[in-house]
Ligand binder design. Sequence first.
Ligand SMILES: NC(=O)c1ccc[n+]([C@@H]2O[C@H](COP(=O)([O-])OP(=O)(O)OC[C@H]3O[C@@H](n4cnc5c(N)ncnc54)[C@H](O)[C@@H]3O)[C@@H](O)[C@H]2O)c1
Length: 359
Amino acid sequence: MAIIQSAKCKSQNDNVKCKIEKIKKITMQKILITGGAGFIGSNFVHFWVKKHPQDKIVVLDALTYAGDTDNIKGVLKKIEFVKGDICNRKLVNDLLKNIDIVVHFAAESHNTRAEKHPEIFYKTNVKGTRTLLEAATKTKLSKFIHISSDEIYGSIKNGFFKENDADRRFRYLKSDYPKSKAQADKLAREYAKKGVPVIVVRPTNNFGPRQHPEKALPRYITNVFLGKKMPVWGRGLQVRDWLYVEDCCRAIELLIKKGKIGQAYNIAANNKPEIRNRDVAEILCQAMKIDPKDWIEFVPDPRPQHDFRYGLSAQKIKRLGWRPSKDIKKLFAQTVAWYRQNPAWWKKLKAEAEKIYNK
Ligand SMILES: NC(=O)c1ccc[n+]([C@@H]2O[C@H](COP(=O)([O-])OP(=O)(O)OC[C@H]3O[C@@H](n4cnc5c(N)ncnc54)[C@H](O)[C@@H]3O)[C@@H](O)[C@H]2O)c1
């Protein structure tokens, strides 16, 4: 964010005329991005470097199975990368000393993994978030953007949750991923009351480049590239509100500029018509020019109790001027193209990603 300032130059000696000139003074901001080597985080790093080249970015990432510096290799020379855990209090305290803005993505993010190792989810998502927030009480940040999730509301049959619905929904949450994210979300809002300039962001299902092939959409795409069918759970009727990752980055940028401290904001595509999981598979088949009958396989739902539909109202962020992209089919096709062009990226992750589904 550049601020243009003008200044009067005084002459240093008698022979030099005093000049008045406008000086463009760039006020550089220092941004700490946690989880910047993961899916949304890396997209945000690329987005920010491109749009705000004067800013200094520090990425803090533990490089778990979900993080890879390959995801930010194009911009590594322009940023500072720190490998480390958000639960490491000393590291976090030191890093936050000269930071203006924190954008906190780091998390354990996959429901299927939460079934086997819930403890890691509470450690990273709750304790890690608390460590960052606590460190933030000792600094002079201008914003602490906490990335929460649509899953903290749980399922809704019809209609859309508003931001104020969050806390009353906690008792309906079924898995440890949303439970840990909901605890972190609440914690972040509590620290806002302690003076940390928190804004909570609740995006719906993101998709786009560099999403781990353990997640449904890239799993479907990469299966086909390997000659395997897309495994759609149950009858594929569950509804997710697919949001393009760059739209999510634009929303976060807007909230850094215009978001109100202490507030939460939903970021939702509000796809019309709504997209069921079987529609996702069919749209991808269209993009890959293959016959859904040959490539979609309906498999027993390993989690029949899983949330059926997520629905969030995006009115609040829309009032600030944000709009999601409209052409979801084109964005799905663009995502297919990215995976087609980057086989080395996903092939190294695929075997481990599939292991978690083989019980
Ligand atoms: N992907 C989605 O559709 C979606 C939707 C809503 C909200 N979110 C939220 O957005 C954020 C990013 O999601 P994502 O899909 O990019 O996740 P991801 O799993 O792709 O990336 C997580 C990143 O965090 C890092 N990390 C994990 N534990 C860490 C720790 N203890 N210390 C430091 N770094 C650590 C990982 O190495 C990885 O780079 C998460 O907070 C997630 O809950 C994601």
